[in-house]
Design a protein around this ligand. Structure first.
Ligand SMILES: [Zn+2]
Length: 337
């Protein structure tokens, strides 16, 4: 391990003083396991001083036991990728996910924030837990594929403007367009801007329909926001007011109050805030009663919509794009090295 480190330092010096072509050949011959300085083109104009070395281990809090465990850093990355993305996804998508997961972990370390094993941070299951929750044979195929994809990007992180990316957010599927960070969370982040996500035909949660009677809808929003004074909630007082750059509902009128699309999404348990509403008059013996009228929500995509769409990444990989192209698409203006 120590020898490899020394070799790496020597190579960095060589790159500076002898030039890239020689170094590329030398690195292939000397290290050759896919680690280190792959993709020299992405180093253009970026100081080596900004390259962050990933640690050997990471401390992860297991939510169930409350205990902190020490895990080999790259093993942790592979376990997160296998927990967050199906191994059936394209290799380049798995590689993109590995860089995002590694960057997220590194951002926590750099900012001295604790990291847990749940969706609060990113999902981490141990190798054994992963094998136990997958069908037989996964260990020899899917798991090997994930580990190989992660190894191919070992040590690589996302940077913006020479600084480590602190918010490499990702989510399941976008429904066609991702979101500006400030439209979903509190603040704008230069690399988290709305981009198209055109190859999501394999995604789940497409045209997902959920319907509620007006009465059910009213009781759900009142329960979620007890501090708000909605007044009467009736069909003529429920309306989408505006949409974000990514097409999700920004503001919605509900009675006398205005809710954010994300608030409606969480109150109703919708898969995304990219939804339309329509009304359908109730049928049956009480069909004429307004309280029997239904509100139908049709949503597309799953998750918050900011950063990398996982199904979109898989679609781009199927279109022949590599992991760096995928990452640069969803995290605008970033570099990988
Ligand atoms: Zn956490």
């Amino acid at each position: 391990m120590e020898l490899k480190r020394i070799l790496k330092v020597v190579m960095v010096i060589l790159i500076f003083f002898v030039g890239v072509p020689f170094a590329a050949v030398a690195l292939d011959g000397v290290i050759g396991d896919g680690t280190g300085f792959k993709g020299f083109d992405s180093l253009k104009g970026v100081s080596f001083a900004n390259k962050i070395e990933t640690p050997k281990n990471i401390e992860v809090k297991r939510c169930d036991s409350g205990k902190k465990v020490k895990v080999d850093f790259e093993e942790y990355v592979a376990c997160v990728v296998a927990s967050e993305m199906p191994a059936t996804f394209e290799t380049e998508a798995l590689k993109a996910q590995s860089v995002a997961a590694r960057t997220f972990a590194m951002s926590k370390i750099e900012t001295k924030s604790p990291i847990c094993d749940s969706t609060h941070c990113q999902v981490y299951k141990t190798e054994k837990e992963l094998i136990d929750c997958h069908p037989e044979g996964w260990e020899d195929e899917g798991w090997q594929k994930v580990k190989k994809a992660c190894k191919a990007t070992a040590g690589e992180l996302l940077y913006y403007d020479g600084e480590l990316v602190l918010h490499p957010l990702f989510f399941s599927s976008s429904g066609g367009q991702t979101e500006n960070s400030e439209d979903v969370f509190v603040s704008a982040v230069p690399y988290l801007i709305s981009v198209s996500s055109p190859y999501e035909e394999n995604a789940t949660h497409r045209d997902e329909e959920k319907s509620f009677t007006v009465k059910e809808f009213a009781s759900k929003v009142r329960k979620a926001f007890p501090e708000k004074a909605f007044g009467t909630i009736s069909t003529d007082r429920i309306k989408i007011l505006s949409r974000t750059a990514g097409g999700r509902v920004e503001k919605m009128k509900v009675g006398d109050e205005t809710l954010k699309g994300t608030e409606v999404r969480s109150a109703l348990g919708l898969s995304s805030a990219l939804f339309t509403i329509s009304f359908k008059e109730g049928t049956g013996w009480n069909g004429s009663s307004p309280s029997n009228t239904k509100i139908i929500f049709v949503s597309n995509g799953s998750g918050h919509g900011v950063g990398m769409s996982q199904y979109g990444a898989d679609g781009m990989a199927r279109e022949g794009e590599d992991y760096k192209e995928i990452l640069k698409h969803y995290y605008s203006g970033t570099e990988i090295y």
